[in-house]
Design a protein around this ligand. Structure first.
Ligand code: KG4
Ligand code: ZN
Length: 337
């Protein structure tokens, strides 16, 4: 059984093939040109996806030693994401499905991230606590199976990755902010500034908007514009901000582990690539004597391997999608209980 996965929700075009349970290709083309605009420009993103998607499919087939006719199921991210960008991968996948007369499966991007730990050799064990931290989402989920997910909490405003990107902008560190903050933070003192983390009524929810504002106020009160922050101060701000995100994520994770019986923890999404977050979550897992799975960098950021894998599991559970399927804006309710 050969599954083709396509991802085009934001600024990565990716094509993957899972052949008889083995990942034989996971090609990722990143649109680095957005950095000069300080963020993703949706229209430019759509055009770039359009140019690269067919060559990537051809390369993925070649790498896997397959022809288009060998593909049994075609999966594509259908949302959430940038609408124009999503439409490129989704429409292409639907067209392939129609012409090859093979089933099509619309995959939710967040569910793709959520199960990306299964692309690793050492896999999560159900039930697991899923922590999805990306540029658009921050979610704490109780995952009982491939089709049964319970949402414990989410961000009420900015996503964790969004906060990294916005704070990086304030510090003049450029886009994407996460890796740049991590780099600056490595040279800074995480205890230097005690940035606050929000305490909400719902114990598993997150809020990063206040944290972002307090970083802005700190910069405004202490320095004359982002260009005039001395390097060591900039590193300390980055480290202290990163430390606040780490504290928020670990606080809610600890709460969930105290209240729900799980066999493992799975950290996923672009922000899961952050070393400080990985270290803290690994410590939390050890304290609770739980296994933790963190996908390697290739599977943390946007990639089609996770889309193909999620599609495979949906197909095995008996799901296929109609070719009239349109991109959707939020979480798919279907597998949430
Ligand atoms: O999952 P992802 O690739 O795309 C979305 O689905 O949003 O996540 C992208 C986010 C960006 O906000 C980026 O700054 C963040 O992940 N990110 C990081 C790191 N690498 C990427 N955040 C913190 N530390 C990192 N090392
Ligand atoms: Zn993503």
């Amino acid at each position: 059984m050969n599954i083709l996965g396509i991802e085009s929700s934001c600024d990565e075009t990716s094509v993957a093939i899972i052949s008889n349970e083995y990942l034989t290709a996971n090609l990722i083309s990143s649109q680095d040109f957005h950095s000069k605009y300080g963020g993703v420009v949706p229209e430019l993103s759509s055009r770039a996806h359009l140019q690269i998607v067919i060559p990537l499919v051809k390369d993925a087939l070649k790498k896997s030693g397959l022809n288009l006719n060998d593909i049994d199921v075609i999966c594509s991210t259908a949302g959430p994401g940038l609408i124009g960008a999503l439409l490129v991968g989704l429409t292409f996948a639907k067209g392939l499905s129609f012409s090859l007369k093979k089933p099509f499966i619309a995959v939710n991007h967040i569910e793709g991230h959520l199960y990306s730990g299964f692309l690793m050799e050492d896999k999560p064990e159900f039930p697991f606590l899923g922590i999805v931290v990306s540029g658009g989402h921050t979610l704490l989920l109780l995952v009982e199976s491939f089709t049964k997910i319970k949402k414990l909490g989410s961000t009420v405003d900015d996503a964790a990755g969004e906060a990294f990107d916005k704070v990086a902008k304030m510090l003049g560190l450029g886009y994407p902010g996460g890796p740049n903050i991590q780099k600056a933070a490595a040279e800074g003192n995480p205890e230097k500034i005690k940035f606050p983390i929000a305490e909400l009524k719902e114990p598993y929810n997150f809020s990063f908007s206040g944290l972002k504002t307090s970083v802005l106020r700190y910069i405004q009160n202490n320095f004359d514009g982002s260009k005039n922050i001395p390097e060591q101060d900039l590193n300390d701000i980055a480290a202290s901000f990163q430390n606040a995100v780490v504290r928020a994520l670990s606080r809610n994770t600890v709460r969930a582990l105290n209240n729900f019986e799980v066999n493992s923890i799975s950290l996923a999404g672009g922000v899961a690539a952050n070393k400080a977050i990985q270290e803290e979550m690994t410590k939390v897992a050890a304290k609770f004597n739980k296994k933790i799975v963190i996908p390697r960098a290739e599977f943390c950021g946007d990639n089609a391997a996770m889309i193909a894998f999620r599609g495979l599991k949906l197909f095995e559970a008996g799901y296929t999608s109609n070719l009239s399927y349109s991109p959707f804006p939020g979480l798919s309710k279907k597998h949430f209980v």
